[in-house]
Design a protein. Sequence first.
Length: 340
Amino acid sequence: MEENKSTKSLVLNLLRKNGSRFTSGEEIAKELFVTRAAVWKAIKTLEKNGYNIEAVTNKGYRIIEENTLPDRDVIIAKALSDAEVEPFLKNVDLMVYDRVDSTNDLIKTYANEHPGQDAIIIADSQTKGKGRRGRSFYSPEGTGMYMSFLIHPEVGLDKAMDFTCMIAESTTRAIRKVTGLDVGIKWVNDIYYKGKKISGILTEAVTSLEDGSLTDVIIGIGINLYEPYEGFPEDIKDKAGALFAKRDGANLKNNLYAAMIAEFYKDYMLPEKYPYLEGYRENSILIGSYVKISSNLDNERLTKGYAKVTGIDDDCRLLVKYDDGREEALFSGEVSVVKY
């Protein structure tokens, strides 16, 4: 199995390197030190996985890939076409990059250089994508969506987690609107599809030393739109998933970016009309489930106990009832569903 997977990846990389040029099966086999049969099997596996490979007798193979880079002008036009949020988005700076270290880190630099200015940064890939608790977020090119918002709400530090819940709910709504897929939220910052994590969120805040209020809030979100070309890394392959197996060019990606921006600004700027906590609760995959609750201490995950999730309160805390009857509102920690 591992040998086949390795051959498939090597064939894919070679076809990509050769671009529009046809490469014969004999040439591929010779360069990769494999048999012609192994090349043919790898090609068939790639086609089964959704890659568009053109095969021509006496010429060989080449991969046909559509442009999957996000288009700034298309995203802006589509987001601004939503009349409800158009007044709020006109003054938001939107930047799109092919590759960055981290959209959150880049937008922090932007915040220092443009005090008070709201902004959004989008990237096709990240080399140092950030997750919670110092973890990395796998961010390969062409298959994912990576975006950070910079906003300046006039609220206290105790409301920082609200924005994580807000973007989880608005993103879930956007995905459903654009794709029709039944995605759900795993408290506090993950979005799931078919039992696998397809999106993670990292919220970072800058506070005023004078009054403890939030001056800058940075919300980063990554989505596994398609399965990575070479599969997920070993450490996350059992937990990570993607919305789609087959690629659909840039159009879907642009539409989804625009919808995510518009839906977030509805929750952020029009809370009376779009009470995000109601949607967050409705889309929760934990309420009513029996879970194992863990806390992190010095990078070690310690089990706190087992409980049933009874709800989510107005501060976005997870309400649980332990086996011994104790009730608690969790502000942090990690939970995993177990059989009751």
